[in-house]
Design a binder for this molecule. Structure first.
Ligand SMILES: NC(=O)c1ccc[n+]([C@@H]2O[C@H](COP(=O)([O-])OP(=O)(O)OC[C@H]3O[C@@H](n4cnc5c(N)ncnc54)[C@H](O)[C@@H]3O)[C@@H](O)[C@H]2O)c1
Length: 287
């Protein structure tokens, strides 16, 4: 199987990441079948994708015809069986190993033998997900970044059992989606999160140790090191809950003290201060 054979992509789970991935696929001209657990969530995802494509039209990034054509390539379903014609399926459901293993087991009985199965997991072992299937050689990681339509990176994750064909099919598809993929092994945090999570946790610890405000910490890193965004603003963007969860997973896997979520972040998560999405994190977001 080669990239040229990928005519139809499946996306399972049309939440934050799945809807973005489906949008990128239909914009790249690829027929895409999205699966959610209810009709309401299917409709919500369609609306969200239509909204972002519409914003693209307003900003002159695509024409109204291109938007309509892209939306015409998207079908949504609650039935896994409707993914039967997919050449590659990207899973973007909840970050739960049991749920993902169950899904992959079900998926392999639905798709044809040569189809590639990819997981968008951030912190789970791709190998353990692949282990739920009879043919783990066709399971890879395709780790998109949030927001998927905006950020170019995709980490294409290779397990020891993955076939070269599966890895290269995923890599070539990412390129066809206009992304800039890299290849990496299935190690905790892959590349970006392995580096970024402990680094952001260090930044948060410095807040208390150095008695510095989030504004000044962000100023230090943007003005002193030329980071494009300050660490506190970045954690607000990622979501405090998502970052805490990823920190816990990385800490559980590798055991470095820096990887454990700082108390300040755990407290913010428990108080519902989740960053941009809740309107309050290190900073306040009006409206
Ligand atoms: N949010 C991020 O910043 C980010 C970045 C990279 C990767 N990820 C990973 O992507 C995955 C999804 O994260 P998210 O933030 O989009 O979550 P989300 O909660 O926004 O979306 C998950 C969606 O999956 C649906 N779902 C659950 N089980 C399903 C099933 N069996 N079939 C179909 N749909 C199902 C849910 O209804 C929900 O809409 C996770 O593995 C996460 O670790 C997240």
């Amino acid at each position: 199987m080669s990239e040229a054979d990928v005519r139809t992509v499946g996306v399972v789970g049309l939440g934050t990441m799945g809807a973005g991935i489906a949008q990128v696929c239909v914009q790249a001209g690829i027929a895409t079948v999205g699966r959610e657990v209810s009709e309401e969530l299917c409709e919500l995802a369609r609306e969200r994708i239509a909204h972002y494509l519409g914003r693209g039209v307003e900003k002159g990034r695509l024409t109204a015809e291109e938007r309509d054509a892209a939306l015409g390539r998207l079908t949504t379903t609650t039935e896994l069986a409707d993914l039967a014609a997919c050449d590659l399926v990207v899973e973007a459901i909840v970050e739960d190993l049991g749920a993902k293993r169950e899904l992959f087991r079900a998926l392999e009985s639905v798709v044809r033998e040569g189809a590639v199965l990819a997981t968008n997991t951030s912190a789970l072992s791709v190998t353990e997900i692949a282990g739920a299937t009879k043919r783990p050689e066709r399971v890879v990681g395709m780790h998109f970044f949030n927001p998927a339509p905006v950020l170019p990176l995709v980490e294409v994750v290779r397990t020891e059992l993955a076939s070269d064909a599966a890895v290269e099919t995923a890599f070539a598809l990412a390129e066809r989606l206009g992304k800039e993929p890299i290849r990496c092994n299935d190690t905790p945090g892959f590349v970006v999160n392995r580096i970024l999570i402990p680094l952001l946790n260090d930044c948060v610890r410095v807040l208390d140790e150095a008695g510095v405000s989030p504004e000044d910490l962000d100023k230090a890193m943007t003005r002193g090191v030329n980071w494009p965004i300050g660490p506190c603003a970045l954690i607000d963007l990622i979501g405090i809950d998502v970052h805490v969860h990823a920190s816990e997973a990385l800490h559980a896997a590798l055991g470095e003290a820096r990887m454990a979520p700082p108390q300040r972040l755990v407290r913010m998560r428990d108080e519902g201060h989740l960053g941009r999405k809740s309107g309050q994190g290190f900073f306040s977001y009006g409206g």
